[in-house]
Design a protein around this ligand. Structure first.
Ligand code: IMP
Length: 426
């Protein structure tokens, strides 16, 4: 069984936990988009450890981990994760495979991300400053890009970096009055990157096709969420990759037809970090309550997340474009104790009722939500293991969501621990 797990909101839906559980039965876990802007916490013994680039299967010693061509790799972060896992007696030797076609995030990309955001003032995008946008821009621009395969030829890479650094220096000086970088210093780091990472670099598309032909089961591990998709999300308040399920094929070379199941992960409410329209946002006591109950602070940046009601219009859209078969709804326990709950089932935009999500950010910013209001529940759900034991009001809430998004909820997250998950038998 090959399965793809993606977020259907603006990221941070709790995919890590779903992937962690499903990875138990997977032979290979694949990351196909994004970079060190993502983040999820794994629990090793009594310790929590944040991973940003490494696929979630890393903590299972029988699981192979693939970083696909669609990922942008920050070598320093990845080496830090490999070393951090090694210190905890988890070795990646022989089971980490990095695509030779994946692009490399340089320090100059992170500098560019920061300089650009600073220069935008109140119009900034609120990026994670991990160099993601500038790296993908160089990928598309082609002339000044570095790929993982380049770590295999240091002489050629030295020349390439000299050209890139000279080019960036001119731009940074002209636009931001920034001090020049030294290409020798930039290159020095790549010698170490090459030594550490070259053994893992390979043709991952070939590896995946061979593995699937041999009957191995592959889990595709999405990063961010569909509404942050570069093409289908709320542009320009998006990330720079195809973070929806649509990015899977391009990001690892495996067609959607070879995947048996697409699972979309949502929170039982909505959260967003960074700027951009968010129709169901509750910038008030309700939002604060959800943030504190759900511990809604970023794994990568520590930023408090914006919180609001469940937006079924948005999720119906991301489920549709992703060909989603089943929904995992996380954090349902967080909503306990709220007297009334709201679910947005349509928007009113300029006097017209809309049920198909407009990804146009300006239009979305004008959306007024049409809510369905339901009674909440008092009961703590965190100890439940059976769907049928859920309070009637919780089941009503889930039924309403399913009615609008037209996809069944089959997995429920009722707490932070891996065991706190309910699988629904339908
Ligand atoms: P970038 O991906 O760092 O360029 O940031 C672009 C936008 O995507 C910003 O609003 C970020 O906050 C958001 N973003 C990027 N990665 C994540 C994530 O893993 N979770 C939630 N939001 C993210």
């Amino acid at each position: 069984m090959n399965c793809c797990v993606v977020g259907l909101q603006w990221g941070d839906e709790g995919k890590g936990k779903v992937v962690d559980i499903l990875a138990e039965k997977a032979d290979i876990v694949v990351r196909f988009a994004g970079g060190a802007n993502a983040g999820h916490t794994v629990v090793i013994g009594r310790e929590k450890f944040a991973l940003h680039i490494m696929p979630s299967g890393a903590v299972r010693d029988k699981c192979a981990c693939v970083i696909g061509n669609g990922v942008v790799v920050d070598p320093a972060v990845l080496i830090g994760e490999i070393d951090g896992l090694a210190e905890r007696d988890i070795s990646l030797d022989g089971r980490l495979f990095i695509s030779e076609n994946a692009h490399v995030v340089g320090d100059y990309h992170k500098a560019e991300d920061q300089l650009r955001e600073n220069s935008l003032g109140k119009n900034k995008l609120g990026t994670t400053i991990r160099g993601i946008g500038p790296c993908y821009a160089d990928k598309v621009g082609r002339s000044y890009a570095v790929r993982m395969a380049d770590l295999g030829n240091l002489e050629a890479l030295k020349e390439k970096l000299a050209k890139i650094v000279a080019y960036k220096n001119k731009i940074f000086a002209a636009l931001y009055n920034a001090a020049p970088m030294d290409s020798g210093e930039v290159f020095a780091k790549y010698e170490l990157y090459s030594e550490k990472l070259r053994p893992f670099v390979t043709n991952t598309t070939h590896l995946l096709h061979n593995s699937i032909a041999e009957g191995k089961s592959v889990l595709f591990d999405g990063a961010q969420g569909a509404l942050l998709d570069l093409d289908h999300g709320t542009f320009p308040f998006v990330t720079s990759s195809n973070a929806s399920a649509l990015g899977m094929s391009a990001g690892c070379g495996v067609p959607a037809g070879m995947v048996d199941k697409f699972i979309g992960v949502v929170k039982a409410y909505t959260s967003r970090v960074g700027a951009g329209p968010f129709p169901t946002e509750q910038d008030n006591e309700t939002g604060n309550h959800i943030r504190e109950q759900g511990n809604e602070y970023g794994t990568t940046t520590g930023r408090p997340r914006r919180c609001g009601w469940f937006d079924a219009v948005a999720v119906a859209y991301s489920a549709a474009i992703g060909g989603i078969n089943e929904i995992a709804m996380m954090h349902i326990d967080t909503l306990a104790g709220m007297e009334k709950l709201k679910v947005c089932r349509a928007y009113n935009i300029d006097g017209t009722e809309i049920t198909f999500f407009p990804s146009n950010a300006e239009q979305l910013a004008r959306a007024e939500c049409i809510y369905e209001t339901l009674d909440g529940w008092e009961q703590d759900l965190s100890g439940l293991t059976d769907f049928d034991d859920l309070p009637a009001n919780t089941r009503n809430y889930i039924a309403l969501v399913e009615d609008v998004i037209k996809v069944p909820v089959t997995i429920l997250g009722v707490g932070p621990r891996r065991s706190q998950v309910i699988f629904r038998n339908r």
